[in-house]
Design a protein. Structure first.
Length: 146
């Protein structure tokens, strides 16, 4: 799972415009990821889903129940933190299947609102989310100085 997450983060970073791209510190990123995923496995408010084929992890989703109301969404709601598919397995419906499972978990917990963040340069993910009925709520903007 950690290797998939690090590879997905690297792929996503490569989509960024050059001025925003920074080198990824992979050993540190992998260590933080292992800790985050281990914590999610123990947290009753987290759902960590894995897709496997032939004993290999080819997809993962991490969603967390948010118990605080934010500026725009009433609690509880479910935040999809990660949805990742191994590059060699993209386009096969793995992400879609994981999202359907995340939604089923939300429904089973009585949660009616899901939210997620997606980078505007990640057009494949945006197309997937829109095909599943998600729509934009707000826009985050960035500018790197210097």
């Amino acid at each position: 799972m950690t290797a998939l997450h690090v590879a997905s983060a690297r792929d996503l970073a490569n989509l960024l415009p050059g001025a925003l791209r920074t080198p990824m510190r992979e050993p540190l990123h992998a260590e933080l990821t292992r800790g985050e995923l281990a914590k999610a496995l123990e947290d009753a408010d987290s759902a960590l889903l894995v897709a496997e084929t032939g004993g290999k992890v080819v997809g993962l989703a991490l969603a967390i129940v948010e118990r605080h109301t934010d500026d725009l969404i009433d609690a509880p709601f479910l935040t999809v933190e990660y949805l990742e598919t191994d590059a060699a397995f993209r386009g096969r419906g793995i992400g879609r299947a994981l999202m359907h499972e995340v939604e089923a978990i939300a429904e089973a917990r009585g949660i009616t609102t899901l939210e997620l963040l997606v980078w505007s340069c990640n057009t494949a993910a945006i197309a997937l989310y829109e095909s599943l009925g998600y729509s934009p709520l707000e826009m985050r903007m960035v500018k790197r100085l210097g």
